[in-house]
Write a protein that binds this ligand. Structure first.
Ligand code: PLP
Length: 381
Protein backbone atom coordinates (compact mmCIF):
# COMPACT_ATOMS: atom_id res chain seq x y z
CA UNK A 1 0.00 0.00 0.00
CA UNK A 2 1.31 3.52 -0.78
CA UNK A 3 2.26 5.89 2.06
CA UNK A 4 -0.97 7.01 3.76
CA UNK A 5 -2.11 10.60 3.13
CA UNK A 6 -3.60 12.17 6.26
CA UNK A 7 -6.78 14.27 6.23
CA UNK A 8 -4.87 17.18 7.71
CA UNK A 9 -1.47 18.01 9.09
CA UNK A 10 -0.05 21.11 10.82
CA UNK A 11 2.72 23.10 9.10
CA UNK A 12 5.44 23.49 11.73
CA UNK A 13 8.97 24.68 10.95
CA UNK A 14 12.16 25.47 12.86
CA UNK A 15 10.70 28.93 13.52
CA UNK A 16 7.84 27.56 15.67
CA UNK A 17 10.12 25.09 17.43
CA UNK A 18 12.68 27.78 18.27
CA UNK A 19 9.94 30.13 19.46
CA UNK A 20 8.62 27.51 21.88
CA UNK A 21 12.10 26.60 23.13
CA UNK A 22 12.88 30.28 23.71
CA UNK A 23 9.80 30.75 25.88
CA UNK A 24 10.78 27.75 27.98
CA UNK A 25 13.97 29.51 29.05
CA UNK A 26 12.07 32.60 30.28
CA UNK A 27 10.45 32.89 33.72
CA UNK A 28 6.97 33.58 32.26
CA UNK A 29 4.98 30.63 30.96
CA UNK A 30 1.53 32.22 31.24
CA UNK A 31 0.19 35.79 30.85
CA UNK A 32 3.32 37.40 29.48
CA UNK A 33 4.67 39.21 26.46
CA UNK A 34 3.96 36.47 23.90
CA UNK A 35 0.19 36.47 24.30
CA UNK A 36 0.20 40.27 24.01
CA UNK A 37 2.25 40.08 20.83
CA UNK A 38 0.00 37.37 19.37
CA UNK A 39 -3.14 39.33 20.30
CA UNK A 40 -1.80 42.51 18.68
CA UNK A 41 -1.02 40.62 15.46
CA UNK A 42 -4.53 39.13 15.29
CA UNK A 43 -6.23 42.46 16.04
CA UNK A 44 -4.20 44.11 13.28
CA UNK A 45 -4.94 41.39 10.72
CA UNK A 46 -8.70 41.68 11.22
CA UNK A 47 -8.70 45.44 11.80
CA UNK A 48 -10.32 45.24 15.25
CA UNK A 49 -9.34 47.26 18.32
CA UNK A 50 -9.14 44.36 20.78
CA UNK A 51 -8.01 40.74 20.64
CA UNK A 52 -8.19 38.36 23.60
CA UNK A 53 -6.29 35.08 23.43
CA UNK A 54 -8.03 32.05 24.94
CA UNK A 55 -7.38 28.34 25.34
CA UNK A 56 -9.62 27.21 22.44
CA UNK A 57 -12.13 28.44 19.92
CA UNK A 58 -14.86 26.84 22.00
CA UNK A 59 -13.70 28.72 25.12
CA UNK A 60 -13.74 31.94 23.10
CA UNK A 61 -17.30 31.30 21.94
CA UNK A 62 -18.40 30.60 25.51
CA UNK A 63 -16.88 33.92 26.68
CA UNK A 64 -18.51 35.73 23.74
CA UNK A 65 -21.96 34.38 24.67
CA UNK A 66 -21.58 35.58 28.27
CA UNK A 67 -20.14 38.96 27.25
CA UNK A 68 -23.06 39.39 24.82
CA UNK A 69 -25.41 38.92 27.77
CA UNK A 70 -27.00 35.77 26.35
CA UNK A 71 -28.59 33.69 29.09
CA UNK A 72 -31.35 31.24 30.07
CA UNK A 73 -34.53 31.63 28.02
CA UNK A 74 -32.92 33.58 25.18
CA UNK A 75 -33.18 32.31 21.61
CA UNK A 76 -30.01 32.36 19.53
CA UNK A 77 -30.18 31.85 15.76
CA UNK A 78 -27.48 29.68 14.24
CA UNK A 79 -26.67 27.19 11.49
CA UNK A 80 -27.22 23.43 11.72
CA UNK A 81 -24.32 22.85 9.27
CA UNK A 82 -21.20 23.37 11.36
CA UNK A 83 -18.89 21.87 13.91
CA UNK A 84 -20.90 21.41 17.16
CA UNK A 85 -18.95 24.08 19.08
CA UNK A 86 -20.95 26.84 17.36
CA UNK A 87 -24.12 25.45 18.95
CA UNK A 88 -22.61 24.19 22.21
CA UNK A 89 -21.68 27.73 23.29
CA UNK A 90 -25.39 28.61 23.17
CA UNK A 91 -26.20 25.63 25.40
CA UNK A 92 -23.41 26.50 27.88
CA UNK A 93 -25.27 29.69 28.85
CA UNK A 94 -28.70 28.02 29.01
CA UNK A 95 -30.07 29.62 25.83
CA UNK A 96 -32.00 27.85 23.03
CA UNK A 97 -30.45 27.24 19.62
CA UNK A 98 -32.84 28.21 16.81
CA UNK A 99 -31.52 26.70 13.59
CA UNK A 100 -31.95 28.24 10.16
CA UNK A 101 -31.45 26.12 7.05
CA UNK A 102 -28.50 26.81 4.77
CA UNK A 103 -27.92 28.17 1.29
CA UNK A 104 -26.78 25.28 -0.92
CA UNK A 105 -24.06 27.41 -2.56
CA UNK A 106 -22.37 29.12 0.39
CA UNK A 107 -23.38 26.43 2.93
CA UNK A 108 -24.02 29.32 5.35
CA UNK A 109 -27.33 30.50 6.86
CA UNK A 110 -29.94 31.13 4.14
CA UNK A 111 -30.80 34.84 4.30
CA UNK A 112 -34.37 34.23 3.11
CA UNK A 113 -35.01 31.99 6.11
CA UNK A 114 -33.57 34.34 8.73
CA UNK A 115 -36.56 36.65 9.26
CA UNK A 116 -39.12 33.87 9.95
CA UNK A 117 -36.79 32.46 12.65
CA UNK A 118 -36.82 35.62 14.76
CA UNK A 119 -39.02 35.49 17.89
CA UNK A 120 -39.56 38.05 20.68
CA UNK A 121 -36.98 36.04 22.64
CA UNK A 122 -34.24 36.22 19.98
CA UNK A 123 -31.18 37.88 21.41
CA UNK A 124 -28.29 37.00 19.12
CA UNK A 125 -27.08 35.28 15.95
CA UNK A 126 -24.05 32.99 15.90
CA UNK A 127 -23.01 32.95 12.22
CA UNK A 128 -20.39 30.57 10.88
CA UNK A 129 -18.26 30.87 7.74
CA UNK A 130 -18.62 27.21 6.77
CA UNK A 131 -15.28 25.80 5.56
CA UNK A 132 -14.00 29.41 5.48
CA UNK A 133 -16.64 30.72 3.04
CA UNK A 134 -17.76 34.25 4.02
CA UNK A 135 -20.84 34.16 1.71
CA UNK A 136 -23.80 36.10 3.09
CA UNK A 137 -21.97 37.71 6.02
CA UNK A 138 -22.50 41.28 4.80
CA UNK A 139 -26.26 40.73 4.61
CA UNK A 140 -26.42 38.82 7.88
CA UNK A 141 -24.74 41.78 9.57
CA UNK A 142 -27.26 44.20 8.02
CA UNK A 143 -30.10 41.97 9.15
CA UNK A 144 -28.75 41.79 12.70
CA UNK A 145 -28.42 45.58 12.85
CA UNK A 146 -31.96 46.14 11.60
CA UNK A 147 -33.43 43.63 14.03
CA UNK A 148 -31.20 44.84 16.90
CA UNK A 149 -29.72 41.39 17.42
CA UNK A 150 -26.17 40.84 18.62
CA UNK A 151 -24.11 39.18 15.90
CA UNK A 152 -21.29 36.89 17.02
CA UNK A 153 -19.16 35.52 14.21
CA UNK A 154 -17.83 32.01 14.72
CA UNK A 155 -14.87 32.55 12.39
CA UNK A 156 -13.03 29.45 13.55
CA UNK A 157 -12.86 28.18 9.96
CA UNK A 158 -12.03 31.44 8.20
CA UNK A 159 -8.83 32.94 9.63
CA UNK A 160 -7.32 35.39 7.12
CA UNK A 161 -10.20 35.29 4.63
CA UNK A 162 -11.94 38.28 3.10
CA UNK A 163 -15.13 39.22 1.24
CA UNK A 164 -14.86 42.49 -0.69
CA UNK A 165 -12.97 44.79 1.64
CA UNK A 166 -14.20 43.08 4.80
CA UNK A 167 -12.00 40.63 6.66
CA UNK A 168 -13.57 37.52 8.14
CA UNK A 169 -13.76 38.34 11.85
CA UNK A 170 -14.71 41.99 11.28
CA UNK A 171 -18.48 41.46 11.36
CA UNK A 172 -20.85 42.08 14.24
CA UNK A 173 -20.09 42.62 17.90
CA UNK A 174 -17.25 40.13 18.08
CA UNK A 175 -15.69 37.19 16.27
CA UNK A 176 -13.88 34.10 17.48
CA UNK A 177 -11.02 32.17 15.84
CA UNK A 178 -9.74 28.70 16.69
CA UNK A 179 -6.19 27.39 16.42
CA UNK A 180 -6.62 23.63 16.69
CA UNK A 181 -3.99 21.73 14.62
CA UNK A 182 -6.19 21.42 11.51
CA UNK A 183 -6.89 25.17 11.26
CA UNK A 184 -5.12 27.66 8.99
CA UNK A 185 -2.73 28.55 11.81
CA UNK A 186 -2.28 26.48 14.94
CA UNK A 187 -1.11 26.95 18.50
CA UNK A 188 -1.72 23.29 19.39
CA UNK A 189 -4.85 24.35 21.22
CA UNK A 190 -5.97 27.96 21.29
CA UNK A 191 -8.42 30.62 20.23
CA UNK A 192 -8.83 34.37 19.84
CA UNK A 193 -11.77 36.72 20.43
CA UNK A 194 -11.69 39.97 18.43
CA UNK A 195 -13.96 42.99 18.96
CA UNK A 196 -14.06 46.79 18.76
CA UNK A 197 -16.19 47.00 21.90
CA UNK A 198 -14.06 47.91 24.90
CA UNK A 199 -16.49 46.63 27.52
CA UNK A 200 -16.99 43.37 25.68
CA UNK A 201 -13.20 42.94 25.53
CA UNK A 202 -12.78 43.68 29.26
CA UNK A 203 -15.46 41.15 30.13
CA UNK A 204 -13.78 38.49 28.00
CA UNK A 205 -10.40 39.23 29.61
CA UNK A 206 -11.96 38.77 33.04
CA UNK A 207 -13.84 35.60 32.02
CA UNK A 208 -10.74 33.86 30.69
CA UNK A 209 -8.85 34.62 33.89
CA UNK A 210 -11.12 33.48 36.76
CA UNK A 211 -13.16 36.69 36.76
CA UNK A 212 -10.23 38.95 37.62
CA UNK A 213 -10.64 42.47 36.33
CA UNK A 214 -7.68 44.30 37.81
CA UNK A 215 -4.19 43.34 38.77
CA UNK A 216 -5.11 41.88 42.17
CA UNK A 217 -4.64 38.13 41.78
CA UNK A 218 -7.17 37.15 44.42
CA UNK A 219 -9.87 39.68 43.66
CA UNK A 220 -12.60 38.06 41.56
CA UNK A 221 -15.24 40.45 40.24
CA UNK A 222 -17.40 37.75 38.73
CA UNK A 223 -17.63 34.04 38.01
CA UNK A 224 -14.82 33.29 35.60
CA UNK A 225 -12.99 30.40 34.01
CA UNK A 226 -9.45 29.34 33.31
CA UNK A 227 -9.46 29.85 29.56
CA UNK A 228 -5.95 31.34 29.42
CA UNK A 229 -3.61 30.69 26.49
CA UNK A 230 -0.11 29.79 27.72
CA UNK A 231 2.98 31.67 26.57
CA UNK A 232 4.16 28.45 24.93
CA UNK A 233 1.07 28.29 22.74
CA UNK A 234 1.14 32.04 22.11
CA UNK A 235 4.77 31.84 20.94
CA UNK A 236 3.70 29.25 18.38
CA UNK A 237 0.93 31.60 17.31
CA UNK A 238 3.37 34.49 16.77
CA UNK A 239 5.64 32.28 14.66
CA UNK A 240 2.67 31.05 12.60
CA UNK A 241 1.48 34.65 12.11
CA UNK A 242 4.90 35.58 10.77
CA UNK A 243 4.38 32.85 8.14
CA UNK A 244 0.69 33.61 7.54
CA UNK A 245 0.96 34.60 3.86
CA UNK A 246 3.02 31.51 3.11
CA UNK A 247 0.60 29.26 5.01
CA UNK A 248 -2.47 30.68 3.27
CA UNK A 249 -0.79 30.65 -0.15
CA UNK A 250 0.12 26.98 0.21
CA UNK A 251 -3.45 26.10 1.12
CA UNK A 252 -4.74 28.12 -1.83
CA UNK A 253 -2.36 26.25 -4.15
CA UNK A 254 -3.72 22.93 -2.86
CA UNK A 255 -7.36 23.98 -3.22
CA UNK A 256 -6.79 25.18 -6.78
CA UNK A 257 -4.96 22.03 -7.76
CA UNK A 258 -7.92 19.99 -6.49
CA UNK A 259 -10.35 22.23 -8.38
CA UNK A 260 -8.35 22.01 -11.64
CA UNK A 261 -8.09 18.27 -11.27
CA UNK A 262 -11.74 17.56 -10.36
CA UNK A 263 -13.52 20.25 -12.36
CA UNK A 264 -14.46 17.86 -15.15
CA UNK A 265 -15.87 15.17 -12.87
CA UNK A 266 -19.54 14.56 -13.61
CA UNK A 267 -20.17 13.17 -10.16
CA UNK A 268 -18.82 15.97 -7.96
CA UNK A 269 -19.98 19.44 -6.98
CA UNK A 270 -17.01 21.66 -6.14
CA UNK A 271 -16.95 24.71 -3.85
CA UNK A 272 -18.14 27.91 -5.58
CA UNK A 273 -16.12 31.00 -4.72
CA UNK A 274 -17.39 34.45 -5.79
CA UNK A 275 -14.89 36.79 -7.50
CA UNK A 276 -14.87 39.30 -4.63
CA UNK A 277 -13.96 36.61 -2.08
CA UNK A 278 -10.46 35.79 -0.91
CA UNK A 279 -10.96 32.35 0.56
CA UNK A 280 -8.91 31.25 3.48
CA UNK A 281 -9.13 27.53 2.82
CA UNK A 282 -9.87 25.50 5.96
CA UNK A 283 -10.69 22.14 4.37
CA UNK A 284 -11.42 20.88 0.87
CA UNK A 285 -14.91 19.47 0.79
CA UNK A 286 -16.57 18.16 -2.36
CA UNK A 287 -20.18 17.08 -2.67
CA UNK A 288 -21.32 13.94 -4.40
CA UNK A 289 -24.10 14.45 -6.94
CA UNK A 290 -27.70 13.23 -6.75
CA UNK A 291 -26.76 9.70 -7.84
CA UNK A 292 -25.28 9.06 -4.39
CA UNK A 293 -26.94 8.82 -0.97
CA UNK A 294 -25.43 9.03 2.49
CA UNK A 295 -24.94 5.29 2.83
CA UNK A 296 -23.00 5.16 -0.45
CA UNK A 297 -20.99 8.20 0.66
CA UNK A 298 -20.09 6.45 3.91
CA UNK A 299 -18.94 3.41 1.95
CA UNK A 300 -16.83 5.62 -0.29
CA UNK A 301 -15.20 7.08 2.84
CA UNK A 302 -14.47 3.55 4.05
CA UNK A 303 -12.92 2.59 0.71
CA UNK A 304 -10.76 5.72 0.56
CA UNK A 305 -9.51 5.02 4.09
CA UNK A 306 -8.68 1.45 3.11
CA UNK A 307 -6.51 2.95 0.37
CA UNK A 308 -4.72 5.03 3.02
CA UNK A 309 -6.49 8.28 2.14
CA UNK A 310 -7.70 10.37 5.09
CA UNK A 311 -11.21 11.72 4.57
CA UNK A 312 -14.33 12.62 6.53
CA UNK A 313 -18.02 13.50 6.38
CA UNK A 314 -17.84 17.21 7.36
CA UNK A 315 -20.36 17.91 8.91
CA UNK A 316 -23.26 15.78 10.11
CA UNK A 317 -26.20 18.12 10.89
CA UNK A 318 -26.13 19.50 14.43
CA UNK A 319 -29.90 19.52 15.00
CA UNK A 320 -30.06 15.70 14.91
CA UNK A 321 -27.11 15.13 17.24
CA UNK A 322 -28.82 13.04 19.95
CA UNK A 323 -28.46 15.44 22.91
CA UNK A 324 -29.70 18.42 20.89
CA UNK A 325 -32.57 16.62 19.13
CA UNK A 326 -33.71 15.27 22.51
CA UNK A 327 -33.59 18.55 24.44
CA UNK A 328 -35.06 20.82 21.76
CA UNK A 329 -37.28 18.45 19.79
CA UNK A 330 -35.55 18.74 16.42
CA UNK A 331 -35.85 15.86 13.97
CA UNK A 332 -34.73 14.69 10.55
CA UNK A 333 -36.59 16.68 7.90
CA UNK A 334 -36.48 19.99 9.79
CA UNK A 335 -33.67 21.47 7.67
CA UNK A 336 -33.78 19.67 4.33
CA UNK A 337 -31.04 21.60 2.53
CA UNK A 338 -28.58 21.04 5.35
CA UNK A 339 -29.52 17.36 5.54
CA UNK A 340 -29.26 16.89 1.77
CA UNK A 341 -25.82 18.53 1.63
CA UNK A 342 -24.53 16.83 4.78
CA UNK A 343 -25.45 13.40 3.41
CA UNK A 344 -23.15 13.90 0.40
CA UNK A 345 -20.11 15.84 1.61
CA UNK A 346 -16.64 14.39 1.43
CA UNK A 347 -13.62 16.16 2.95
CA UNK A 348 -10.41 15.20 1.15
CA UNK A 349 -6.82 15.36 2.47
CA UNK A 350 -6.01 19.05 2.84
CA UNK A 351 -2.90 20.74 4.24
CA UNK A 352 -0.27 23.11 2.95
CA UNK A 353 2.45 20.51 2.53
CA UNK A 354 0.47 17.99 0.46
CA UNK A 355 2.17 17.60 -2.93
CA UNK A 356 0.45 17.91 -6.29
CA UNK A 357 1.33 14.26 -6.90
CA UNK A 358 -0.41 13.23 -3.71
CA UNK A 359 -3.45 15.29 -4.73
CA UNK A 360 -3.46 13.60 -8.15
CA UNK A 361 -3.31 10.22 -6.50
CA UNK A 362 -6.24 11.09 -4.17
CA UNK A 363 -8.28 12.24 -7.17
CA UNK A 364 -7.48 9.15 -9.25
CA UNK A 365 -8.43 6.84 -6.40
CA UNK A 366 -11.63 8.76 -5.73
CA UNK A 367 -12.68 8.75 -9.38
CA UNK A 368 -12.03 5.03 -9.68
CA UNK A 369 -14.13 4.35 -6.57
CA UNK A 370 -16.99 6.54 -7.83
CA UNK A 371 -17.07 4.71 -11.18
CA UNK A 372 -17.02 1.35 -9.43
CA UNK A 373 -19.79 2.33 -7.02
CA UNK A 374 -22.01 3.57 -9.84
CA UNK A 375 -21.40 0.42 -11.89
CA UNK A 376 -22.31 -1.68 -8.86
CA UNK A 377 -25.55 0.26 -8.54
CA UNK A 378 -26.48 -0.34 -12.18
CA UNK A 379 -25.89 -4.07 -11.72
CA UNK A 380 -28.32 -4.12 -8.87
CA UNK A 381 -31.19 -2.55 -10.83
C1 PLP B 1 -12.76 24.49 14.98
C2 PLP B 1 -14.06 25.14 15.24
C3 PLP B 1 -14.37 25.69 16.49
C4 PLP B 1 -13.43 25.73 17.66
O1 PLP B 1 -12.79 24.58 17.94
P1 PLP B 1 -11.75 24.40 19.14
O2 PLP B 1 -11.33 23.01 18.92
O3 PLP B 1 -12.49 24.61 20.40
O4 PLP B 1 -10.65 25.39 18.98
C5 PLP B 1 -15.59 26.34 16.63
N1 PLP B 1 -16.47 26.41 15.62
C6 PLP B 1 -16.20 25.90 14.41
C7 PLP B 1 -17.22 26.07 13.33
C8 PLP B 1 -15.01 25.21 14.18
O5 PLP B 1 -14.76 24.68 12.98
Amino acid sequence: MPVPIPLSQPDITRREIDAVVDVLSTPTLSIGPKIEEFEAMCAKLVGRRHAIGVSSGTAGLHCAMIAAGVGPGDDVITTPFSFVASTNCILYVGANPVFVDIDPKTLNIDLEKLAPAVTPKTKAIVAVEAFGHPGGMVKIEQFAQKQELILIEDSCEGFGGRTGKRMIGSFGRAAVFGFYPNKQITTGEGGMIVTDDERFAMTCRALRNQGREGMAWLSHERLGYNYRLSEINAAMGVAQMQRLDELLDNRRRVAHHYIDRLMTSRYLILPTIPDDTAMSWFVFVVRLCDLFDSETRDNIIKELRTEGIGCSNYFPPIHVQPYIAKQFGYKTGDFPVCEYVAARTLALPFFGKITNRQIDSVCETLEAILERVLLGKKDRF
